[in-house]
Design a protein around this ligand. Structure first.
Ligand code: HEC
Length: 103
């Protein structure tokens, strides 16, 4: 490895760390928890396919268990699909949302 490529590696690492601060998902799929809600959860939960989640003060641990394990027609999502950190953000959004706030 020459000097230039070491420099480029450092630059790439710095970019990745900066993105991490902006809640980037370790699976590399998502920019933010809001994006996961909009593109994954809302597909069913804002479309009369699944129960509305907003405005219900759902308990964070309950949401976590359902998302990681699924429940009947609710699919499960692994950490390789939604990281723990990103899911924590989704759970916070959902559990503290006002009715219809995340549409
Ligand atoms: C493919 C459709 C689909 C997607 C995508 C989906 N869900 Fe669900 N979800 C369901 C269905 C259907 C149920 C109702 C399951 C049942 O009770 O039979 C459900 C139930 C739930 C429940 C329990 C609700 C209650 O009233 O007790 C929670 C919490 C939940 N989902 C969270 C999420 C979150 C967070 C996401 C995004 C990461 C998500 N779901 C993505 C279909 C989906």
């Amino acid at each position: 490895m020459n000097g230039l490529s070491v420099f480029r590696l450092l630059a790439i690492t710095a970019t990745f760390v900066a993105a991490g601060n902006a809640q980037a998902d370790s699976s590399g799929k998502w920019q933010s928890s809001q994006e996961v809600y909009n593109k994954v959860c809302a597909y069913c939960h804002e479309a009369n396919v699944a129960p509305v989640l907003t405005g219900r003060n759902l308990i964070p641990q309950y949401i976590q268990v359902i998302v990681r394990n699924g429940n009947r027609a609710m699919p499960s999502f692994r950490e390789s699909e939604i990281s723990d950190a990103t899911l924590a953000g989704v759970i916070k959004l959902v559990s503290t949302s006002a009715p219809g706030a995340l549409k």
